[in-house]
Structure formats: structure tokens, C-alpha cells
Design a binder for this molecule. Structure first.
Ligand SMILES: Cc1cc2nc3c(=O)[nH]c(=O)nc-3n(C[C@H](O)[C@H](O)[C@H](O)COP(=O)(O)OP(=O)(O)OC[C@H]3O[C@@H](n4cnc5c(N)ncnc54)[C@H](O)[C@@H]3O)c2cc1C
Length: 303
């Protein structure tokens, strides 16, 4: 059941920033997901604070997303207010070896600004389709480096609309995790620091990473990147592959034949298909290796 909140009031309060019954598949790289009661894409911190105030007054749950490249939204959609941190938070500035980036800046843009300023250490972000905010929360990265290696501070907003700065050491960064996961704080901005480096060397490193990705990851169909975290025993992709999971399918959701830790949407996959496939793969790997694979993707919404 959708919440009976006066969402039209919110539309009047934030013109052009509010969409009712918005299909979440339009906001997920998996192209899967039922409708959000309301989706707000705030034009900036002031609008965000108003949206949070509205949600607080009507006691509505709040879900935050960035580029939707690591989320699975269930088929019944999301009740309450979904807040998308995007273009309203896209300011970015390099100064010396530091870069201050809005949470809605795409990692590709962050990397480009770093390259133009001759600041290295951001190359790991090549090919990761998230925003700075989502990447901080997920501590996105590769086996070589992650956001925790470059972030010094983040500015967050709490649900009362108050802004404050948190140093990286208080963010509980770990492998694909941070203390911001599941917290009610919204990342607004991140202050990052790299190391001065020749632009040519940075570019060569980016090219190398992108070419490796093209060879080892599926790009033909929509996906959300790696579905499972790598357990200490080995990579999830290797374990799924060895257990015979490649090509396994439920409806239009399929374990990629290119990279076994990716589930691709062949066209009309539902969240239900993906979740059933996830269960089957977990069972397969558990029976073969006695390892329970944990989810990396964040699941939201109702069946
Ligand atoms: C093809 C492909 C390749 C990928 N490769 C990698 C990879 O190599 N390494 C890797 O780590 N990931 C990878 N990913 C996953 C994904 O891109 C990253 O996790 C990315 O950082 C998610 O950012 P996002 O903006 O899309 O966040 P979303 O997916 O929208 O959200 C992810 C989580 O962050 C929260 N969130 C988002 N923005 C904010 C905010 N501003 N404030 C508070 N909470 C917020 C959401 O609530 C959710 O819990 C890949 C995905 C794809 C599709």
C-alpha cells in the first residue's frame, strides 16, 4: 500500500524535483524495480533539507540512491520518499593535490578532474559507474585501491537537515562497506586527496584498467556489477564458475557467461527472478564449497 501523504504539496514545495509513482527501473543500472511512491531529485542541500523535513513531518521512510549501480529494487517498489542524489550535487574542484566533489558527481568525472589536474590515485575508479556518494557508502574499488584510500572527509546531512563533517577515520571503511551503510546520514560532499603524478602515466593506467574490464566483464546487458562480496577463500566469480553456475538462469536473469559474479538482465528480468537466482547460486556454492556468499548489492523495497 502506498503511503497516503500529500505528495502534491511536496511537488509544489520543490517544483520540477518530485516525481510520483516513479518506476525505479529507470534509476537502476539493472533496469529492474517497481515504483517509488515518490522520487525526489533535490537541486541542492536546501531542497534536500526540505524533502527530509517533509518526510519527517509525515513519518515517511526515506531511501537514498545515487546512480543506482549497486541496488536491487523489489518488484513492489519502495514506500515513502526515495531521494536521488544527482545533478544537484555535481560541483567539483581540484586544488593542489586535493579534490572536493559533490556526492552526485560520477566517478568518471572525478577521475577526469584528477587526470586534468595531474593528481594520481583515482585510476581505480575507471569503469565503476557510481556517484561519489554511493562510492563512499560502498567503499567502492578494486583489489588495488578503494575510496577509503583517497577520501579525507565527507560532509553529511542528518534527517533533521543538519550538515556536519566526518573524517575518514570515523567512517568505518572496510571491504565494500562503511558505517554509512544503513545509517540515516546522506553524503553531500567528499574531500579527497591523491598524489601528484604525470598525466600521461595516469592516462596509461586508466586505459589499462578499462581494457582489462572490457575483456573480463559483461557490457552487453544491464547489470549491477558484482552481486556477491568476495569471501576470504577466493573470488565469488571463481567459486560460482567452479560450482557450474555460469549461464544459470531464472526468467530473464542469468549468471553472466563472461563473469560469474555478474547477474545480467536479458530483457524482462524481475527482482523476483534475480532474488531466486541469488538463492540458487548461494545454495550451489554452499553445497560445493561450504561457503555462504554474502550480497554486495543493496536490496530495497517490497515484493
Ligand atoms: C558494470 C558495473 C561495474 C561495477 N564495478 C564495480 C567495481 O569494480 N568496484 C565496486 O566497488 N563497485 C562496482 N560496481 C558497483 C557500483 O558501481 C558501486 O558500488 C558504486 O559505488 C555505487 O554507486 P551509486 O551512486 O550507483 O550508488 P547506488 O547504487 O545508488 O547506492 C548504493 C548504496 O549507497 C547508498 N547511497 C548512494 N548515494 C548515497 C548518498 N549520497 N548518501 C548516502 N547513501 C547513499 C544507497 O542507499 C545504497 O545503499 C559496478 C557496477 C556496475 C553496473
Amino acid at each position: 500500500m502506498a503511503y497516503q501523504a500529500p505528495y502534491q504539496d511536496l511537488q509544489r514545495l520543490l517544483p520540477g524535483q518530485v516525481r510520483l509513482l516513479e518506476p525505479m527501473k529507470l534509476h537502476s543500472t539493472w533496469r529492474i524495480g517497481g515504483p517509488a511512491d515518490v522520487l525526489v531529485e533535490p537541486g541542492g542541500a536546501e531542497s534536500l533539507s526540505r524533502a527530509l523535513d517533509f518526510a519527517g513531518r509525515f513519518n515517511l521512510p526515506v531511501t537514498v540512491i545515487g546512480n543506482g549501480s549497486n541496488i536491487l529494487v523489489r518488484d513492489g517498489g519502495i514506500r515513502g520518499v526515495v531521494i536521488k542524489i544527482g545533478n544537484g550535487f555535481s560541483r567539483i574542484k581540484a586544488e593542489g593535490d586535493r579534490i572536493a566533489a559533490g556526492a552526485g558527481v560520477k566517478l568518471a568525472q572525478l577521475m577526469k578532474v584528477a587526470l586534468d589536474a595531474g593528481i594520481g590515485d583515482f585510476e581505480f575508479a575507471a569503469g565503476i559507474p557510481g556517484t561519489v556518494g554511493g562510492a563512499v557508502v560502498m567503499n567502492a574499488g578494486t583489489e588495488e585501491a578503494a575510496m577509503s584510500d583517497v577520501v579525507e572527509n565527507v560532509v553529511v546531512m542528518d534527517k533533521m537537515g543538519r550538515l556536519f563533517k566526518q573524517p575518514a577515520r570515523e567512517l568505518g571503511f572496510g571491504y565494500r562497506t562503511s558505517s554509512l551503510q544503513g545509517a540515516s546520514l546522506i553524503v553531500i560532499n567528499a574531500e579527497c586527496r591523491g598524489t601528484f603524478c604525470e598525466a600521461q602515466a595516469i592516462q596509461a593506467r586508466i586505459d589499462e584498467i578499462l581494457s582489462k574490464r572490457k575483456k573480463t566483464q559483461p557490457y552487453t546487458y544491464p547489470s549491477a556489477g558484482s552481486v556477491f562480496k568476495n569471501p576470504p577463500e577466493g573470488t565469488a566469480g571463481y567459486l560460482i564458475d567452479q560450482a557450474g553456475g555460469k549461464g544459470m538462469r531464472v526468467g530473464d536473469a542469468m549468471i553472466s557467461t563472461v563473469h560469474a559474479n555478474f547477474i545480467v538482465n536479458l530483457g524482462t528480468a524481475t527482482a523476483c527472478d534475480v532474488l531466486r537466482l541469488i538463492d540458487r547460486v548461494q545454495e550451489l556454492v554452499s553445497r560445493r564449497f561450504g561457503i555462504k556468499l554474502a550480497l554486495e548489492v543493496r536490496v530495497f523495497g517490497e515484493d
